[in-house]
Design a protein around this ligand. Structure first.
Ligand SMILES: [Zn+2]
Length: 416
């Protein structure tokens, strides 16, 4: 059987690199990174720049009520559900040039390549940039809005609701209509996101591509250890009820036990606060936030129960009590076997090495996966650096990732 000609199709690497270099100028920092905080001036400039590229490529420009921006290449069948691909243009403060940008720019490049090749695919293709993925105001705001998962009323994480609503109005979004960004899941066939790994596994193993099998779920607890304030000199060392001691022992034990008992899980403790917080007073209260992540929902629930049990055991050992409050919980998201198969097929066709990986970071694909078949393609991060100006991915890998994205889209659009 003759090989279809589209098997030889490749993205235009030079054009993609030119876009990448241009975009990296917007919000560039002297340390070589980028700061494009969601809804800041630089984020809006990046969005305007992306809109110009869309129009220049003769794609249909689409903005929605939560600040997502898309370029659409119409398919031959208006009734066929669309294939979406993309990521985000916003960054963390002093972030890197690759996180998010690579996924948006490669999505655009794939559409241009397909258009130039004169391939008339049945479904429409949409290259999308989601707003505030990084959660400067509201984590995964754009993808949650598009998938109809925003709370009513809004619950931004780091700011008051009124302040967030005012901000949205300042950037031209009407907070009363943001729920209209919700799409009909029946109109979307699939979503694929290309992203840097932000970890060490691919780089260390010398692999080209990570095929994401699931995005981990996570839950966060606020734990408070309660003891008794006392004179730091006159109260006997064995009689004191030192809240910080209980918290400190919990922190070291939780790390050791999670490493032993849950090798595919991770734990982190942060935001430690001590009261009264004086060197000459035995701490009466020590609070901290502890977060666990795991790809399996059942194991995550088990880890949750484990950390609470451990906190109570550590408290009891030092004559303390402990109170707990769940601060956040986000369900994990398995990726679609169909999309994973299309990514694997594309890697094999292109001759790129690949391995299955979990994503330990949240991504827009996590939200998209709730309403449509979704998948993610990871490319190596040199040294695992991310959310940092040192973030770096070899261009060879960006190019390979973009080509895998291209062939995955083709396969999903009925060109196997
Ligand atoms: Zn990202």
């Amino acid at each position: 059987m003759k090989t279809p000609s589209y098997h030889a199709l490749r993205i235009n690497s030079k054009r993609l690199k030119r876009d990448f270099d241009e975009l990296a100028q917007i919000g560039a920092t002297i340390s070589g990174g980028v700061s494009r905080i969601a809804f800041s001036r630089d984020d809006l400039l990046a969005r305007a720049w992306f809109s110009e590229r869309i129009e220049e490529a003769d794609l249909i420009l689409h903005d929605d009520e939560v600040g997502n921006t898309s370029g659409i290449l119409p398919g031959s069948d208006p009734d066929a559900p669309s294939i979406l691909t993309g990521s985000h243009l916003d960054t963390v403060p002093e972030g890197g040039r690759y996180d998010g940008s690579i996924g948006v720019l490669s999505a655009l490049e794939c559409l241009r390549t397909i258009q130039e090749a004169g391939l008339h695919l049945r479904p429409s293709l949409e290259a999308i940039s989601f707003s505030d993925e990084e959660g400067s105001w509201h984590s995964l705001f754009g993808s949650m809005g598009l998938t109809g998962q925003l709370d009513k009323p809004l619950k931004p994480l780091h700011t008051e609701r009124e302040e967030f609503e005012l901000l949205l109005e300042r950037v031209g979004l009407e907070h009363r209509t943001i729920w209209n960004a919700r799409r009909d899941p029946a109109r979307i066939a699939a979503f694929v996101e290309l992203h840097i790994e932000q970890g060490l596994r691919l780089d260390r193993a010398g692999l080209d591509i990570g095929l994401v099998t699931a995005i981990v779920g996570r839950c966060t607890y606020e734990l408070a250890f309660h003891g008794r304030a006392a004179h730091a000199g006159t109260s006997g060392q064995t009689e004191r009820r030192d809240a910080l001691l209980g918290a400190a022992v919990f922190i070291t034990r939780v790390h050791a036990r999670i490493r032993e008992g849950y090798p595919t899980g991770v734990v982190n403790c942060g935001n430690v606060q001590v009261l009264p917080g004086a060197f000459n007073v035995v701490p009466a209260k020590a609070s901290l936030l502890v977060e666990v992540r795991h790809p399996s929902q059942a194991v995550l629930a088990d880890m949750e129960a484990f950390i609470l049990r451990l906190a109570h055991d550590c408290a009891a050992e030092y004559g303390l009590t402990v109170t707990e409050e769940r601060a956040d919980k986000r369900e994990g998201q398995p990726m679609s076997p169909d999309v994973m198969a299309a990514i694997g097929l594309s890697c094999d066709r292109l001759g790129y090495s690949h391995a299955d990986v979990h994503s330990y970071a949240g991504h827009d694909a996590q939200m998209m996966g709730r309403i449509t078949s979704s998948g993610m393609i990871f490319i190596p991060s040199v040294g695992g650096a991310s959310h940092n100006p040192e973030e770096f991915t070899r261009w060879e890998h960006v190019e390979k990732g973009a080509n895998v994205l291209l062939h995955t889209i083709l396969a999903l659009a009925g060109c196997p």
